[in-house]
Write a protein that binds this ligand. Structure first.
Ligand code: PGA
Length: 257
């Protein structure tokens, strides 16, 4: 018999929600998943910093909360930044690192991302390292070298033991917010490549690898059925509790097979 699958379903709310709409959203999710068998499904939401407290208050027992970003210094004169220790102390479980919007809009380099990853691993947070190629990188045949470079830099000083505490999210940039998700075969191929490359680097290969980029209630089943896809990082479809709960339900059903 094959081992039962576990999943992680994460909702990245980006720069959306007010304290009151965040409360409504997380309460709707909490209510919607009440009767699901989530023994092998981890659920997490990533509200804007300012709404983390209120979401923690209303999340109920099965929803973990994470931050969308962090800074790598522990404290000091870094106006506007929030450290991993602060996120940890606030009660968060996860932190997203290197989301493509951070890389592109805020010019975060692989080197900065490595520093953030190391800082997160000094705390009890679970970092979710986001990687992925742009459309032009894919079209010019550079997908594998881009993923390799992102992984090589991020993992260069991470020990194999530390790597076991990580989650990776493969998010092709061309699929984020576009309505054009990677096909299940494209996603599986990339996830398999990432796992193989982790082995080349001597890191933990059994860590969860989530797919992100236009995941919806309609395509979740196909994607989550792939052998190397261990969950999803969801933007747009996580902002409505109905669609987010539907994706969680799909993961719950698949985890029972
Ligand atoms: P999307 O965003 O689901 O809206 O494509 C995914 C993400 O940015 O994590």
């Amino acid at each position: 018999m094959t081992k039962k699958r576990s999943y992680c379903i994460a909702g990245n709310w980006k720069m959306n929600t007010t304290p009151s709409s965040a409360t409504t959203l997380v309460s709707g999710i909490s209510h919607g998943i009440e009767n699901l068998n989530l023994s092998r499904v981890r659920v997490a939401v990533f509200p804007p910093f300012i709404n983390i407290n209120t979401v923690l208050e209303h999340a109920g027992g099965h929803i973990a909360v994470g931050a969308q970003n962090c800074y790598y210094e522990p404290n000091g004169a870094f106006t506007g930044e929030v450290s991993c220790g602060m996120i940890d102390d606030a009660g968060c479980t996860y932190v997203l690192i290197g989301h493509s919007e951070r890389r592109t809009i805020f010019k975060e380099s692989n080197t900065v991302i490595e520093l953030k990853l190391k800082a997160a691993l000094q705390t009890s947070l679970t970092p979710i390292l986001c990687i992925g190629e742009t459309l032009s990188e894919r079209q010019s045949g550079n997908t594998w070298s881009v993923l390799q470079e992102q992984l090589n830099t991020a993992f260069q000083t991470i020990t194999p033991e530390q790597s076991a505490r990580l989650v990776i999210a493969y998010e092709p940039v061309w699929a984020i917010g576009t309505g054009v998700a990677a096909t299940k075969d494209e996603a599986q191929e990339a996830h398999h490549f990432i796992r193989k490359h982790l082995s080349v680097l001597g890191k933990e290969t059994s860590i969860p690898i989530l797919y992100g980029g236009s995941v919806t209630a309609d395509n979740a089943r196909d994607l989550l059925s792939q052998p190397d896809i261990d969950g999803a990082l969801i933007g747009g479809a996580s902002l409505k509790h109905e669609s987010f709960v539907s994706i969680i339900r799909t993961a719950a059903l698949l985890s029972e097979n």
